[in-house]
Write a protein that binds this ligand. Structure first.
Ligand code: UD1
Length: 415
């Protein structure tokens, strides 16, 4: 039987989707030209760009080596985010904080995005209400008002990524000091806070679970040039691809320190990972060992890594139990892995994965971004041909996954 790999060579990790989209939304807060570099060439950037264009910020993409995105804000903002654009990505909710704090009013269609379980916005609302905003839900639109927000103590029950980001941006122009407790600590939130401080905001505690924001005057931010943090999920995808093919690869522009818990678990599975100045080298064993994994907010194992982990476990030696603590419905891709011969059973938010020696190629369908990429990784370990449809999901968050894998020696093509 034909086997894909082992992969070898070098891959450069693109900028993070879950950072760049938020940085783009934050460009609403300052007039002038914001310059983002290391921007991934992914569909969601274009969707967010179109949403911003509808609100009043134009964008242009320059696919040079620096991968530059220019966002031009002429100060003529209409704080309305229409349904047709908002329903396409979850990150559109990130215009809420910037628009409300800048304009005093915002009308936003309820956000869409990946369809994995219920994704309410009650924590966003609770935080903004504590800062003086009023909310109304009318005809599928959230309408929020506050002539000027004021500082408040906001304590989250759970460290929501999106809610932390919206309260953070909103607090920048609030009168007085806002303290966000039990804030999410994902590296992409750190990137946003650093970006805001570069623009002239006054945020303390960056990277910690207590963020202290001293409000500054509206109009006092200035546009800056900022490099997007590397994408730890795309990086993990290449590590998984090397792991499943028994390969040895080097990742450039990766930040192993932002993937510490995951890399520790990969080491438990038998991978050898050597941090380097600009990334890391990965050496895979012939066959990995099974482990148990539970997803948690950062610095725990991200839910976005989980489809990759389930895929690796499906060919590892032994039995692994994977527990999902963030999105209970996020096991839909398991049926697709089963079509490839994986032995997985699910019960509520647990999956029991019994490793098999080889998967066997079959047609499968990508249900969302991360699961789609995991199916590609699974295809590398499957005998014969695996055909993946629904790849537009993968395009939302992966910058040339096929080309990058191909250059590492994978037998993969896009038709
Ligand atoms: C972000 C990421 C997504 C990742 C997730 C968790 C982006 C664009 N997406 O999504 O890839 O999987 O973090 O790491 O950055 N919740 C509420 N009420 C709220 C807000 C959230 O109940 O007001 C719940 C959600 O339904 C979910 C959990 O909290 O069960 C986590 O959500 P959150 O951390 O907010 O994730 P997102 O920002 O949507």
């Amino acid at each position: 039987m034909r086997r894909n790999g082992p992969l070898s060579g070098e891959v450069t990790v693109p900028g993070a989707k879950n950072s760049v989209l938020k940085l783009m939304a934050t460009s609403l807060m300052t007039d002038g030209v914001t310059t983002l570099t290391n921007v991934p060439d992914i569909a969601d950037v274009a969707i967010m760009g179109d949403l911003l264009a509808a609100i009043g910020v134009t964008w242009s993409w320059h696919p040079t080596e620096e991968r530059v995105l220019l966002l031009t804000n002429h100060g003529n903002i209409t704080p309305v985010a229409p349904y047709e654009l908002v329903e396409r990505i979850r990150a559109s909710i990130n215009v809420l904080g910037p628009l409300l704090t800048r304009c005093g009013t915002v009308k936003l269609s309820m956000p869409g995005g990946d369809d994995f379980g219920s994704r309410p916005i009650d924590m966003h609302q609770m935080g903004l209400e504590a800062m003086g905003a009023t909310f109304e839900l009318r005809h599928g639109y959230v309408e929020a008002h506050a002539d000027r927000l004021h500082g408040a103590n906001v304590t989250f029950d759970f460290p929501s990524v999106g809610a932390t980001e919206n309260i953070l941006t909103a607090a920048v122009f609030a009168k007085g000091t806002t303290v966000i407790d039990n804030a999410a600590r994902e590296p992409e939130i750190g990137d946003l806070a650093i970006f805001l401080n570069e623009m002239g905001a006054d945020i303390e505690g960056v990277g910690s679970s207590t963020l202290v924001v001293h409000g500054v005057e509206r109009g006092s931010l200035r546009p800056v040039v900022h490099e997007v943090v590397p994408d730890r999920i795309q990086a993990a995808t290449y590590v998984a691809a090397a792991a499943i093919t028994g390969g040895e690869i080097t990742l450039r522009n990766a930040r192993p320190e932002q993937m510490e818990m995951l890399l520790r678990r990969f080491a438990d599975m038998g991978l050898s990972i050597v941090p380097q100045t600009d990334g890391m080298a990965v050496f895979a064993p012939e066959r990995m060992r099974a482990i148990d994994v539970a997803t948690l907010p950062y610095p725990g194992i991200a839910t976005d890594y989980k489809p990759l982990i389930v895929t690796l476990l499906s060919v590892s030696d032994g039995v692994g139990i994977v527990t999902e603590n963030l999105y209970p419905g996020r096991f839909r891709y398991v049926e697709e892995l089963q079509r490839l011969g994986a032995n997985i059973s699910t019960d509520g938010h647990h999956a029991v994965v019994r490793g098999v020696r080889r998967l066997s190629g079959a047609p499968v369908k990508a249900p969302d971004i991360r699961a789609g990429a995991a199916l590609v990784v699974a295809g590398l370990a499957a005998d014969g041909e695996t055909t993946i449809t629904g790849v537009h999901h993968i395009d939302r968050g992966y910058d040339d996954l096929v080309g990058r894998l191909h250059r590492l020696g994978a037998d993969i093509e896009r038709r």
